[in-house]
Design a protein around this ligand. Structure first.
Ligand code: ATP
Ligand code: MG
Length: 200
């Protein structure tokens, strides 16, 4: 069975993440995609939301897709999340699964700096998708890494969580840039400076 891991901080989860996961699933016949929020050390954002809240947003958004699941390991473990540690554990627990790891172009470019990258490309295959701002160029990677990356086609989505946090803080709408379930969750909890919805 082929399973894609969609890792990220998802602060908040947006449609770029959803489309990347679906594009990879569709292109390579993945049976499932597991969304795996990473833990963020407390100092990363000043007014960030909690790991439990990021996890809840992901859970609510993916449950309408029959092939999407949530993996809570990194949030529950806390501390700094290294993909290599998690992937080793995944392979140990599910030796029969063929794992893929889905990433956007900004992460593809950054792969040579990933902790344990040589071992990671042995254990799994990366699936890279395009993202505005960074060319998706495997030629720029060392050959040993480039051969562990496949590409999936998707329409470019010029949305980032950073941009959504900024928009929300400025009082601008983020509706439809995030899945409806995420929008509801954000509004219900008044996250990111969004005005909480008055009780009806
Ligand atoms: P931030 O601005 O906080 O870094 P982000 O939008 O980059 O947020 P992450 O949680 O950092 O989101 O990203 C998780 C994964 O999703 C990464 O591999 C990233 O490259 C990919 N990704 C994020 N946004 C997009 C997008 N718009 N198109 C394609 N891939 C994306
Ligand atoms: Mg990012």
């Amino acid at each position: 069975m082929k399973v894609g891991i969609m890792g990220g901080t998802f602060d908040p989860l947006h449609i770029g993440h959803m489309m990347a996961a679906e594009a990879a699933r569709d292109a390579y016949g993945l049976a499932e995609v597991w969304f795996m929020p990473s833990h963020i050390p407390p100092h990363k954002h000043e007014a960030g939301v909690s790991g439990a809240q990021r996890l809840a947003m992901v859970e609510e958004a993916v449950r309408t897709h029959e092939a999407f699941r949530t993996l809570d390991w990194e949030v529950n473990r806390g501390g700094v999340s290294y993909t290599i540690d998690t992937v080793r554990e995944l392979k140990e627990k599910y030796p029969q699964i063929e794992f893929y790891f889905i990433i956007g172009a900004d992460m593809v470019e950054y792969l040579p700096k990933w902790e344990g990258i040589e071992e990671l490309v042995e254990i799994l295959t990366f699936i890279g998708v395009g993202r505005p701002g960074t060319p998706l160029d495997l030629g720029a990677l060392p050959a040993a890494i480039a051969q562990g990356v496949m590409l999936a086609d998707m329409p470019q989505v010029d949305i980032s969580s950073t941009m959504l946090r900024e928009r929300a803080a400025e009082g601008k709408s983020i509706r439809y840039m995030v899945p409806d379930a995420v929008f509801d969750y954000v509004q219900r909890g008044g996250l990111y400076g969004v005005q909480p919805r008055a009780a009806d």
